[in-house]
Design a protein around this ligand. Structure first.
Ligand code: ADP
Ligand code: MG
Length: 338
């Protein structure tokens, strides 16, 4: 179902927290394309900038976060494009939910405890589809619940009467209420057990086939992404360090950090491998290492890695994937001596 037609393009996106001397750079030159119908996985350790990227792209970034540069465009089916960073508040209100919806980290706890599932689902419809009649809204709410595998009679339940997995699915139903083109999910299933996470993701991927939306799925658990996404982008220290088809990342990761991440989670299929993880801890924004931010933790770092940031580009001889690593670049020319 995934195509090569872009639905969201992010170019050279930069985000800081704070301004002036206080500023720390949270996103650096992020380039990323989401294709129509695709499930794009975004992985990286905590603090790598995944949520910042989701908030910046959806224009939900709160101060002290500031977008300091870059472009984000949404591409409609008719070929026209919308500059998301230039949208007015009214434009944004029309865009969110209808074209793009987001399920936040910990969203299942954000259902209102004193309202039924029905009233929370129909609120979204009432706000954006004022022409719908009450009975139509209720019918749509029932349909949405069924889409995410919950029986329609739970419409009258209160959040506390539902399991965590069901509450999460209600949030997904709400995100799908207005048939958006893009659904962004920021660690939507972290609080759930692994079996439940898989069930929810399987359902989401099936719905994507049926309804044709695109998904950005954010998680620190790369093994889930290998199973459910078409492409995977890996973040480290506010940059994308590798991007490729999920199976390529799994079989043949090129960035030492991607390799480390894959070794941090149990393989789903195939031979058992030792979980070795990655030594050391992620960098702090205020003290980002020079050169490749991963070099202090990298077992294969070269001299260039400590001083020069490798660009994100196809590795030698490969197409359709990119990596930001000196191991995959022609050897850098040494600086001329005076
Ligand atoms: P992830 O979602 O990958 O865990 P985040 O995008 O939440 O990462 O955070 C990226 C970096 O930005 C982290 O170093 C975090 O400390 C910093 N950060 C996030 N929110 C704020 C904020 N409101 N103020 C200052 N720094 C922040
Ligand atoms: Mg996050």
């Amino acid at each position: 179902m995934s195509t090569t037609e872009p639905v969201l393009t992010i170019r050279a996106l930069n985000v800081d927290y704070g301004t002036g001397d206080e500023a720390v750079r949270a996103l650096r030159d992020v380039d990323l394309t989401l294709h129509r119908g695709e499930v794009l996985g975004l992985a990286g350790e905590s603090g790598s900038g995944k949520s910042t990227l989701a908030y910046a792209v959806t224009r939900l970034l709160q101060p002290p976060g500031v977008i300091t540069g870059g472009d984000v465009h949404y591409h409609r089916r008719d070929g026209s494009a919308l500059d998301l960073l230039a949208l007015s508040p009214a434009g944004l209100r029309a865009f969110r939910w209808q074209e793009l919806s987001i399920v936040f980290q910990g969203a299942m706890n954000s259902l209102n405890p004193v309202h039924t599932v029905r009233s929370q689902l129909t609120d979204v419809l009432r706000a954006h589809r004022p022409e719908m009649k009450r009975a139509e809204r209720t019918a749509r709410a029932q349909e949405l619940l069924q889409l995410v595998g919950i029986s329609a009679d739970r419409l009258h339940a209160y959040p506390h009467q539902l399991s965590g997995g069901m509450r999460q699915r209600v949030m997904i139903a709400m995100a799908l209420a207005l048939d958006p083109e893009i659904v962004v999910m920021d660690e939507p299933t972290t609080a759930l057990d692994v079996v439940m996470q898989r069930q929810i993701l399987r359902r989401l991927v099936a719905l994507r086939e049926e309804l044709g939306f695109s998904v950005v799925f954010i998680t620190h658990d790369i093994s889930l992404l290998v199973e459910f996404s078409d492409r995977i982008a890996i973040m480290y220290g506010g940059r994308i360090v590798e991007e490729a088809a999920a199976q390529e990342i799994y079989r043949d990761p090129r960035h030492p950090y991607s390799e480390g991440l894959l070794r941090s989670f149990p393989a789903l299929h195939g031979p058992r491998r030792e979980l070795t993880g990655i030594a050391g801890s992620p960098p702090h924004l205020a003290a980002m290492p020079a050169g490749c931010a991963f070099h202090p933790r990298c077992g294969r770092a070269l001299d260039a890695c400590a001083t020069r940031v490798p660009e994100l580009a196809p590795p030698d001889g490969a197409e359709g994937r990119t990596v930001a690593c000196w191991l995959h670049r022609p050897a850098p020319v040494p600086a001329a001596r005076p």
